[in-house]
Design a binder for this molecule. Structure first.
Ligand code: TXA
Ligand code: MG
Length: 319
């Protein structure tokens, strides 16, 4: 059975043996393995039920170490790294052969991130290898933002979850690359476009839903609860459902139309960053209620609102 604890040394020992651990980060919890050990990395795909064409992010704790995994760091990438690492930004860089093909699904680039979480950084500084870590959820389900979320879903498949508290950002990192010279965002996430563009100028966004992604975890079924989630108002849902069978995922306001115990408010103060932090736990809570449908409305398309809306659109029921 899985242990949950704060023993970084113990986490290190499991990783050195080629085992997986639950890793706290500021975005979401990761399912971590020694990125340089293909047998350990293979366990990630098995435990998550993840298709091998979906590459993994490699986590480390310093730009000096990054240089040992990549052949070059373009000027714009270096500026982003200096400004935003540690933080919720993943940068695609040309890989060296030391990074196993399994990690990158055979791509020439490797996704790299320095997470901004004290426990993760301490662990990474104690290791002489980087950590490959996707979000620690079964493939296609909502990402975990607490150690308990990880143990509830993967507890019988991994030996240890390092408990670093609730993830402070709450949604996955923004992924940026430089395929045709200019910066391209492949996944909207915890680092807002506004902040990126303030540093590097116009950034294009290619985070489309597609059933055959070039790579980005951009399968349209991603982040989905098991209950149908509809992009509707409670009033619209009442046409087809009784009030007590409806759950509401709302940005800032309680609705009088359905029982209050079936509502999750992301931020009573209307703060989009707070909403991001609460999003996945709220979706999980709604999924566990005795209801038939979840309704939600999109947030303003600014700051982390874009990334939240991207998650909501992907989670929405396409029946
Ligand atoms: O915040 C995060 O990024 C979390 C924490 C644990 O760091 N990790 C995470 O990993 O969200 P995952 O595996 O759930 O999502 C990683 C995404 C995938 O969609 C994958 O397709 C994309 O990164 N990716 C990885 N390597 C890539 C590459 N070389 N080119 C394009 N996309 C890549
Ligand atoms: Mg994921």
């Amino acid at each position: 059975m899985v242990q949950i604890g704060t023993d970084v040394q113990k986490a290190k020992e499991f990783l050195m043996q080629g085992d997986l651990i639950g890793l706290p980060t500021e975005t979401v919890y990761g399912l971590a393995a020694n990125a340089l050990n293909p047998d350990a990395v293979l366990k990630i795909f098995r435990v998550k039920n993840r298709p091998s064409f979906d590459p993994l992010i490699v986590h480390t704790d310093s730009v000096d170490k990054v240089q040992t995994f990549v052949t070059a760091i373009p000027e714009l990438a270096r500026r982003l790294a200096e400004r935003f690492w540690p933080g919720p930004l993943t940068i695609l860089l040309p890989k060296k052969p030391i990074i196993p093909d399994l990690v990158t699904s055979g791509l020439e680039t490797v996704a790299i991130r320095i997470p901004n979480h004290p426990m993760a950084l301490r662990l990474l500084s104690m290791l002489d290898f980087p950590l490959a870590a996707p979000s620690a959820n079964p493939f296609g389900y909502i990402s975990p933002t607490t150690a308990r979320h990880v143990s509830e879903q993967l507890g019988n498949r991994i030996p240890y979850v390092l408990d670093g508290g609730s993830a402070q950002v709450g949604i996955e990192s923004t992924i940026i690359g430089f395929a045709e010279g200019g910066p391209i965002v492949y996944r909207l996430g915890g680092m807002s476009l506004e902040k990126l563009e303030a540093l590097v100028g116009k950034v294009s966004v290619r985070s489309h839903s597609t059933s055959n992604p070039k790579a980005p975890g951009m399968l349209s079924s991603h982040y989905a609860p098991r209950k149908p989630l509809l992009l509707k108002t409670p009033a619209q849902a009442l046409v087809n459902y009784k009030p007590e069978r409806i759950g509401v995922l709302a940005f800032e306001e309680i609705t009088p139309l359905v029982p209050v115990e079936h509502q999750q408010i992301l931020s009573l103060a209307g703060d989009i960053s707070e909403a991001a932090k609460n999003l996945f736990a709220a979706m999980r809570a709604l999924d566990a209620f005795d209801i038939d449908v979840i309704v939600t409305e999109l947030l303003p398309e600014t700051g982390l609102g874009r990334a939240i809306n991207d998650r909501l659109r992907r989670a929405a029921f396409k029946g």
